[in-house]
Design a protein around this ligand. Structure first.
Ligand SMILES: CC(C)(COP(=O)(O)OP(=O)(O)OC[C@H]1O[C@@H](n2cnc3c(N)ncnc32)[C@H](O)[C@@H]1OP(=O)(O)O)[C@@H](O)C(=O)NCCC(=O)NCCS
Length: 142
């Protein structure tokens, strides 16, 4: 599980991968501290090349993928798929949700393959007024 000690490389990776959509530093730090979040990193040669943050709405038995990013040089190796599985297992909720830009076809395919389906749209959600697609997955829990 990532901690506040991983803040700097995660913050840099978030900025690099999301540019104008990147979280402000305070949100990244909060995600690494809050007890209701799970956060995992992928490391290659001790360098953080990917990370995921998930949070939990306990009363609704619902988990959200809050952010997921992999460094460009390490993409298409299954790192995001692996981080997503860890996040789902770490949250342990029977439902998972996430949102993404409708133009983000790569991420859409990743989630589709992982068993997510489109359930909602948030009109003009992003800064440039692009819609968000909301995807959901039901997970069998013991
Ligand atoms: C989206 C992102 C996290 C994917 O990371 P990744 O480690 O390359 O993904 P994986 O290698 O685990 O991909 C698993 C599957 O997802 C799909 N996929 C992932 N990236 C894709 C792309 N760019 N185009 C098409 N399909 C893609 C493929 O089906 C892939 O399987 P395959 O390589 O066997 O064909 C990464 O591109 C990224 O960080 N993008 C910028 C940030 C972002 O958009 N995050 C998600 C926001 S919701």
């Amino acid at each position: 599980m990532a901690t506040w000690r991983d803040f700097l490389p995660i913050y840099r990776l978030e900025k690099r991968c999301f540019r104008s959509d990147a979280w402000p530093w305070i949100d990244v730090l909060a995600a690494l501290i809050f007890p209701e979040t799970v956060r995992y990193v992928a490391e290659v040669d001790e360098e953080i090349v990917g990370f995921i943050v998930g949070d939990r709405r306990r009363q609704k038995d619902l988990g959200w993928v809050a952010t997921l990013a992999v460094a460009p040089a390490f993409r298409r190796r299954g790192i995001a798929r692996c981080l997503l599985q860890e996040c789902e297992a770490g949250l342990g909720t029977s439902r998972m949700r996430l949102s993404l830009r409708e133009s983000n076809r790569g991420a859409y395919d990743l989630y589709l393959k992982a068993g997510y389906a489109e359930v909602d749209r948030w009109q003009r959600y992003y800064r440039n007024r692009e819609d968000a697609i909301v995807m959901e997955k039901n997970r069998p829990t013991p």
